[in-house]
Design a protein around this ligand. Structure first.
Ligand code: CO
Length: 464
């Protein structure tokens, strides 16, 4: 009997342009491409990487046109992958895997770190499509045939070894916001704005950090950027001088608490720096201002950083995924206070909203995956209505859904449209693409894949 563990196995067959068998009826209005990224190749010869997040990236494209779904997938041709295939072993440092001890001190080894295996997310910024991870090297690819074009280079002096795979995109102004994390004797979070198509990025603000916290995402409102420095902190000397895998340089120290920094996104001025009790987070959900001096910042939180340990491949035999809490941080700038309120009784992850129209704005609908206890992998899709508190669930025996992506059918709607999610069906060892009616949260159709797609991370819908 197969179970969730097959989702952590290599599946590296590439496909070009195949029409998928459909059950149900694909809505005629649905036109565009669902692009997905995630770890897919875990084995090199006799070597296996250590962690889910270390699998080599596979890009997937589901193209919707005329009620059909056309599929292709291709390994991201990072220099990390090319070297690894040539030598049949890991040659560059990943998230939690490294090629072994290197006598050269870190400081003399100029290769980027972590490597360019950008397996976390995809950004479509007008004509620029990027595969992204926490490594500073972003790889550009062709969104039609998924071929890797090469490293995307900004011609500026903004430094950094790390970044986030969750930049924010202001679709109206066509501006991307993100951080780099600069590590050296003095460390900084560098907040930048990139006007899409421009040669250079603009540095908005440089925030000094004694020991930078692990940063996966951040919040943005009309006026502000919200940086949460969590107490999972980088040992910069280890990072600079030892050859540990990237995440092994971080230490959980709950005595530090979590620090909220609110930055004016235009002037770069820091308007608030306040602490809450400690927590760990990967994902901000949304943030917005309710008036000039109050901000709501919604985040998926964990009590500590142990979720990273849960996904070492040695640990997935016996899952121990800490339960998450979806929480609202009510930031009062004048009173310098942060009040905290839970928003769901379920444990959620991979949160998605109607990003293009509701990010930085009041919203009421969240789509995510959820899990009932520590020993079960994400096995439900859930729709949370923040106004009514009503939650709707989709689940099927032996099935494990990936991040749900909402595709609207009309402007400014959070639930008129469909939700797309790749489902791993362990009953037959294959995956399918599920299409749910977003309003009723019931199945509209599914498109069957000829193979299993390992558990993925993030993706995006690109309208046509
Ligand atoms: Co993420």
């Amino acid at each position: 009997m197969l179970d969730y563990r097959i989702g952590f196995k290599s599946s590296e067959t590439e496909h070009s342009q195949m029409n998928l068998v459909i059950a149900g009826k694909i809505p005629a209005w649905l036109r565009g491409d669902l692009l997905r990224n995630g770890p897919a190749k875990f084995i090199l010869g006799t070597y296996q990487v250590n962690h889910w997040f270390d699998g080599f990236s596979m890009l997937h494209r589901f193209s919707f046109i005329d009620e059909k779904v056309n599929y292709c997938c291709k390994l991201l041709e990072s220099s990390a992958l090319k070297q690894a295939i040539k030598k049949q072993k890991l040659c560059s440092e990943g998230f939690a895997s490294n090629p072994g001890y290197n006598f050269l001190p870190r400081i003399l080894n100029f290769s980027t770190r972590p490597s360019d295996n950008d397996n976390v997310n995809i950004g479509i910024f007008e004509n620029t499509s990027l595969a992204m991870s926490e490594g500073i090297t972003q790889l550009q690819f062709d969104p039609v045939n998924l071929k890797t074009i090469g490293q995307f280079i900004y011609h500026d002096k903004i430094r950094g070894s790390l970044t986030t795979a969750h930049p924010h995109y202001d679709h109206q102004k066509k501006e991307v916001y993100n951080f780099t994390i600069q590590i050296g004797p003095n460390c900084f979070y560098n907040l930048y704005r990139w006007k899409v198509g421009a040669d250079k990025r603009d540095l908005i603000c440089k925030i000094p950090a004694k020991n930078p916290g692990y940063l996966h995402s951040f919040g943005i409102t009309n006026q502000y950027v919200i940086l949460i420095e969590q107490p999972f902190i980088l040992n910069k000397l280890e990072f600079l001088f030892l050859n540990l895998p990237y995440i092994k340089n971080y230490l959980w120290d709950p005595s530090l608490g979590a620090c909220f920094t609110v930055i004016n996104r235009f002037s770069g001025e820091i308007v608030l720096r306040e602490y809450t009790d400690s927590f760990f987070t990967f994902h901000h959900v949304n943030a917005y201002e309710i008036n000039e001096k109050e901000i709501l910042c919604d985040v998926i939180t964990f009590k500590d950083s142990s979720i990273i340990d849960a996904f070492y491949l040695n640990n997935i035999e016996k899952l121990n995924i800490p339960m998450s809490q979806f929480r609202r941080f009510h930031i009062k700038l004048n009173e310098r206070m942060i009040n905290i309120q839970p928003l769901s009784s379920h444990s959620l992850e991979f949160p998605q909203i109607n990003y293009q129209e509701f990010n930085s704005k009041p919203y009421k609908i969240l789509y995510s995956v959820s899990y009932p206890n520590e020993s079960t992998f994400f096995n439900q899709l859930i729709k949370t209505n923040l106004e009514s508190g009503i939650e709707k669930i989709w689940a099927e025996d032996g099935c494990y859904p990936g991040e749900p992506v909402f595709v609207p059918n009309m402007p400014f709607s959070e639930e008129e449209g469909v939700v797309l999610s790749i489902i791993l069906d362990t009953k037959n060892g294959c995956s399918y693409l599920l299409i749910l009616n977003a309003k009723s949260f019931t199945e509209v159709a599914r498109a069957f894949l000829p193979h299993m797609i390992p558990f993925g991370l993030h993706g995006i819908f690109n309208f046509k």
